[in-house]
Design a protein around this ligand. Structure first.
Ligand code: SF4
Ligand code: SF4
Length: 439
């Protein structure tokens, strides 16, 4: 990659780069030490500032968007840690989505990768049937020991697959009822996102979310036939599919209730849905509706931190929940950096009697999951996780709490590989158990 021959104005390559956003960077370098890929390599080109420099160089015709450029874009986890420390308000996540999408269109991957992406993004993620078939395949592989047999052939990918969680029993994979009625005096009603992967692998979390919200006086409404919000598509440059899934999400949720708050228990989905307004800004039919929809999205911890919710929740929580402490909270990137939600989960955990919470060093740094990054780049993903596993061990925590299926899974893999005995729970599971202890 050469950046010789500086020309300050964007050229034909602007279609590849969000040039206007790249101009916001003032090169201060405050983001460098927060960046996991910079920490791994010490290389400026693998830092946020370096990547922005590369993007601008491409847009201004000083650099060819060659394989080296594409590799730096793919190496980024889009964890957005750089965004949350940036004094200039650079919207790095949006820039990266734009660049990845343009690269996919202008430099399509080979036939095998194209087929894999078509299966994953078109046939599995947005289809309940496709998701169930994929989970059935995983279950068969686990039951028949095929994954164990294939692991040595798949190298690191195989060793990671060996630590995938057992597909939960069918009883944990049932969808939410249309309405989970409010307990006691009804305060309000909310919609919940069940999501694509969540019902198949973390259905128990969705049910814990519905139970805990209803316990605080909310009618909890699920959205029939909705599957996928499109977050993983956007994260991986499949922007046209992401836009279509956003429109479908808006239509389906609004058909149930066009004004209720939308509670999301998966940080990556919540961060994405909040930004539907930006995603569909150029769609005259949906732009205003998408912005209004995004403004109704709240994280689960935000909903329960509202004063009325907290007042109802606090007296329900009891010791005797069986959760081994001390616990520690690990911030999902798309919750703390993507949505600015930092204090609420900690404060909710601190309400639980008999549970000591310890702060883990670098709790807000990326665990390496990053959507499907851990599948596409298992070595880099585990390298990013390695220091966090050390921080977890040093914290002395006996239980780790988080709020995103990808992070949850990544921790299970890392903890399993290290032979540590630290269960991983979603925040909703902790609160649900503490409520159950009093019943
Ligand atoms: S999004 Fe994360 S990995 Fe990518 S440049 Fe920013 S801090 Fe680094
Ligand atoms: S913190 Fe923001 S302005 Fe400073 S170098 Fe990083 S992206 Fe640029």
């Amino acid at each position: 990659m050469s950046t010789e021959g500086h020309r300050p104005h964007p050229s034909t390559k602007t279609s590849l780069i969000d040039h206007a956003r790249s101009l916001d960077c003032i090169h201060c370098g405050l983001c460098l030490t927060t960046c996991p890929t910079y920490q791994l390599t010490g290389s400026e080109t693998s830092s946020p500032r370096g990547r922005i420099h590369l993007m601008r160089a491409v847009a201004e015709d000083r650099l060819e968007p060659d394989a080296g450029f594409a590799e730096e874009m793919d190496f980024c986890l889009v964890c957005r840690h750089c965004e949350s420390v940036c004094p200039a308000g650079v919207e790095f996540g949006a820039m990266m989505e734009f660049t990845r999408s343009s690269l996919r269109e202008q430099q399509p991957p080979g036939p095998l990768a194209r087929f894999a992406r078509w299966v994953g993004f078109r046939r599995i993620l947005p289809s309940r049937f496709g998701l169930k078939a994929a989970v059935l395949g995983l279950q068969l592989g686990q039951t028949l020991g095929l994954i164990r047999l294939a692991a040595p052939l798949l190298g690191l990918r195989g060793s990671v697959m060996r630590h995938l969680p057992k597909v939960p029993p069918r009883s944990e994979r049932r969808p939410l009822p249309a309405v989970t009625p409010a307990q006691g005096e009804k305060r309000d009603r909310v919609l919940v996102l069940e999501g694509c992967v969540m019902p198949e692998l973390f259905g128990r979390v969705n049910h814990a979310v519905a139970r805990t919200l209803s316990a605080t006086g909310l009618d909890v409404l699920s959205v029939p036939k909705h599957v996928c919000c499109g977050a993983l598509h956007a994260h991986n440059g499949e922007m046209k599919d992401a836009e279509e899934l956003a429109r479908e999400t808006i239509r389906r949720f609004d058909a149930v209730d066009p004004s209720a708050r939308i509670v999301v228990d998966s940080a990556g989905c919540g961060a994405h849905m909040r930004e539907y307004g930006r995603l569909l800004a150029n769609d005259p039919e949906y732009a205003a509706r998408a912005a209004a929809f995004g403004a109704r999205v709240v994280d689960y911890s935000e909903e329960l931190s509202l004063p009325a919710a907290r007042a109802r929740l606090r007296p329900l929580l009891r010791a005797g929940h069986g959760i081994e402490g001390p616990i520690t909270w690990d911030d999902p990137c798309h919750l703390c950096h993507g949505q600015g939600v930092v204090d609420q989960p900690r404060q909710l955990l601190d309400l639980v009697p008999g549970l000591e919470r310890r702060e883990m060093t670098a709790a807000n740094s990326c665990c390496g999951s990053a959507g499907i990054y851990s599948v596409l780049r298992p070595k880099d993903s585990l390298d990013v996780l390695a220091p966090k596993l050390e921080h977890l061990a040093k914290s002395g925590a006996k239980t780790l709490v988080t709020a995103n299926p990808g992070c949850h899974q990544q921790w299970l893999v890392g903890i399993g590989r290290e032979g540590m005995d630290v269960p991983v729970l979603h925040l909703a599971e902790v609160l649900d158990r503490a409520i159950s202890a009093g019943e």
